[in-house]
Design a protein around this ligand. Structure first.
Ligand code: ADP
Ligand code: ZN
Ligand code: ZN
Length: 687
């Protein structure tokens, strides 16, 4: 018999059972039978992707074991449909990262490993994969333009670069640098060092939102023209996502710049990780696998024994604590990098004595006027989009509640709509009160649209631009809006937190902050940490270049009703150190993170009772030493889109203690019969 014609039955050693992780809510992997089409076909490898039947579908999964002993009876065992052999196997290290994340966040492995892959890689047909591989193979040498000049580092920057470049093995650094201190330059020169010292090194740079930081991508490309740079973020087209992911996986891309999802990229030659604005809440995924990209990055650096740099002007308290206790190496940049650029003067405007007109106090209006006369730019920050947060009837007390959520419908005047920001319900603005017929409905409060309207009335000649989620719905429109600010076509920019991050506006000398007070009294214990970071960020947009002759001293004006509040005092003094230390002391006393570890069980149902009832059963399912099980409570915003939501907080003084409890607990939760939909979050940030 010719060897090629061997059948499976008479050559049983050709039969291989492989175990595959699939993106399913079930917490185990599935076994399949593989037999080669011909004898020459290479046996499947752990880390390869395989197309397999699952129920009535065909899906792509990750091979986690080969030659396993299966408990599935032979007649139930299904065949692998295809091995994606054109793609090299995902590395052991990458799989270890997924295994860790799955274990830590208590999710199935497949749910961690598979969704992070480009969609085209998970497709049944391989046309897109084959095309992308061909395209990549053609990319040879890149353009050989002259690299942009490196500025001479100041001594603090140099020290930081030297520390990172000289680091051996796993070395976490906290690059604590005031806004405009040139953290980016430190990243770039540390990257240059790594690229020069390892032939094939890869560097991963994470940023909170890539669309808001195109300057960084520009700087990287200009600085390293001979180096392949790949970006990974959610707004890439599928085709692009695929080639960029492949470039990273194949080691062609030497620098990968991405948002949180890039932390799960395959980077076989990773030598340095940079997390810019490490405190930013967007590093936390808020649905599905609720991971912290920053925490996973630190884990990945430890696993690979490489340095990692966490940069921020206002580090998270977690990282700050690590730096204080010496677990992270602290690198400080205390000065602005541009010579003669100084931190702006921050002033509080007491709204009791300075009554606002159209939301703007006379002091702020005068400051805006001065900037207009001098041809300088101003930024007004208000973290509330729309025209007014509520529409109300004075006559009968009707207010624009959302019929589906515990929330108000927000008035959007230019769009002639009432919009719920939580369930996206939209209504035309009623002409008269739905309850009593009064035609004189009043907007209450103020959003960016209303401030814009007020500004136009006060400064009819000024070029005013509003940047928020509403004004930038079209793809590319945010970029275009920011470009026009950089080109000097805008006198006054008004925006939400979209304008606060990262931008290096050269001609901006005034920042006005409207209405930050609400966060002072939030019941979320993290609110003040976040508010402080946000205020420092937005304040940091002012005075980034040297003061011009006859130009203004750069200034930040905060309109508040609580000018005595210690948080504002810290902002005025640019004093993150004291503020952070005080907050940490408070947290330690009150037994809050980072001195305590938490998990949150969420449940939702059509009726609140169902959700609460499930949580009560969950709370009494198991007792465990050292675990604090709090009472189930409705969430602050209980109803969203006609679904009621409740939560149960679990706390423990030790991370391993919490982890081992969660494993036992989860197994019991799965046995509870309920109509509630539930999910568990480890290290929750929004409680
Ligand atoms: P950060 O990220 O710390 O807020 P950036 O990296 O945006 O600050 O730097 C602020 C400005 O300082 C940028 O315009 C940058 O080009 C400039 N800069 C950085 N380092 C130097 C340096 N060593 N000499 C001169 N200018 C510098
Ligand atoms: Zn009414
Ligand atoms: Zn709603």
């Amino acid at each position: 018999m010719r060897s090629g014609s061997a059948t499976h039955s008479d050559r049983p050693n050709f039969l291989t059972i492989i175990r595959v992780a699939l993106d399913t809510p079930l917490d185990f992997c599935f076994d399949y039978r593989w037999h080669p089409e011909d004898q020459a076909a290479a046996a499947p490898l752990v880390g390869q992707l395989a197309l397999v039947p699952f129920g009535s579908r065909e899906v792509v999964g990750l091979i986690v074991a080969v030659n396993v002993e299966t408990t599935v009876p032979p007649d139930k065992l299904k065949d692998v449909l295809a091995i994606r052999s054109q793609l090299s196997a995902l590395s052991d290290q990458w799989r270890a990262l997924c295994v860790f994340a799955a274990d830590y966040y208590q999710r199935p492995l497949g749910e961690v490993a598979i969704p992070g892959l480009p969609r085209n890689l998970r497709a049944i047909k391989t046309t897109a994969l084959d095309r992308a591989l061909k395209k990549l193979a053609k990319i040879e040498a890149l353009h050989d333009a002259t690299p942009a000049q490196m500025p001479v580092l100041n001594p603090e920057q140099q020290q930081a670069v030297d520390a990172i470049a000289g680091a051996q093995g796993f070395t976490p650094h906290l690059l604590y640098g005031v806004t405009g201190s040139g953290k980016t330059e430190v990243y770039l020169q540390a990257a240059a060092h790594v690229l020069a010292h390892f032939d094939d090194a890869q560097i991963l740079i994470l940023v909170p939102e890539i669309n808001l930081t195109p300057q960084l991508e520009g700087s990287i490309r200009a600085r390293f023209p001979g180096v392949a740079v790949a970006t990974l973020h959610s707004s890439l087209a599928e085709g692009e996502r695929m080639t960029h992911w492949l470039a990273a996986h194949l080691g062609q891309a030497r620098i990968v710049l991405g948002t949180r999802l890039a932390i799960l990229a395959s980077l076989p030659k990773l030598q340095l990780i940079v997390i810019d604005e490490e405190h930013d809440p967007s590093y936390k995924q808020q649905e599905g696998l609720r991971y912290s990209a920053r925490d996973l990055a630190v884990w990945r650096a430890r696993q690979l024994e490489i340095p990692i740099v966490l940069g921020s002007a206002t580090p998270s308290l977690e990282s700050w604590q690590h730096a204080q206790t010496g677990r992270y190496r602290m690198l400080e940049l205390r000065q602005r990098a541009v010579k003669a650029a100084v931190l702006p003067v921050v002033r509080l405007i007491d709204m009791e004595h300075n009554k606002p007109v159209d939301g703007l106090t006379p002091v702020l209006i005068a400051a805006l006027k001065l900037r207009l006369e001098r041809g300088e730019q101003s930024l007004l920050f208000l973290n509330r989009r729309g025209y007014a947060p509520v529409l109300a009837c004075d006559a009968c007390g009707w207010i624009s509640n959302c019929s589906r959520c515990t929330a108000f419908m927000v008035l959007h005047k230019p769009e002639h709509r009432l919009r719920c920001h939580h369930c996206s319900l939209e209504l035309r603005i009623p002409r008269s009160c739905p309850t009593c017929g009064n035609v004189d409905l009043q907007p209450l409060g103020r959003g960016t649209q209303r401030v814009e309207e007020g500004l136009q009335a006060i400064f009819p000649e000024a070029r005013i631009s509003r940047i928020d989620a509403d004004s930038t719905r079209r793809k590319g429109s945010a970029q275009a809006a920011f470009d026009s600010v950089h080109r000097g076509e805008v006198d006054i920019l008004i925006g939400t937190q979209m304008v606060a991050k990262g931008h290096d506006f050269k001609n901006l000398t005034l920042v006005g902050i409207l209405n930050p007070d609400t966060a002072l009294f939030s019941q979320d214990y993290r609110a003040s940490e976040r508010l402080f970071a946000q205020l420092m960020q937005v304040a940091g947009r002012a005075g980034r270049a040297a003061q011009k002759e006859g130009g203004s001293v750069s200034q930040v004006l905060i309109q508040t009703r609580y000018p005595q509040h210690p948080l504002y005092a810290a902002v005025v003094n640019h004093d993150y150190d004291h503020f952070a230390n005080a907050l940490l002391a408070e947290r330690q006393q009150a037994h809050l993170p980072p001195y305590l570890y938490q998990a949150l069980l969420r449940a939702e149902a059509r009726e609140l009772e169902i959700a609460i009832d499930f949580l009560k059963q969950a709370a009494s399912a198991v007792e465990h030493a050292g675990i604090i099980i709090n009472d189930p409570i409705p969430m602050t915003m209980t109803r969203v889109a006609n679904v009621d939501r409740a939560q149960l907080l679990i706390e423990c003084l030790s991370r391993p203690g919490l982890q081992s409890f969660l494993k036992i607990w989860l197994a019991m939760l799965r046995k509870i019969k309920t109509r509630a939909k539930w999910s568990l979050e480890v290290d929750p940030v929004d409680i």
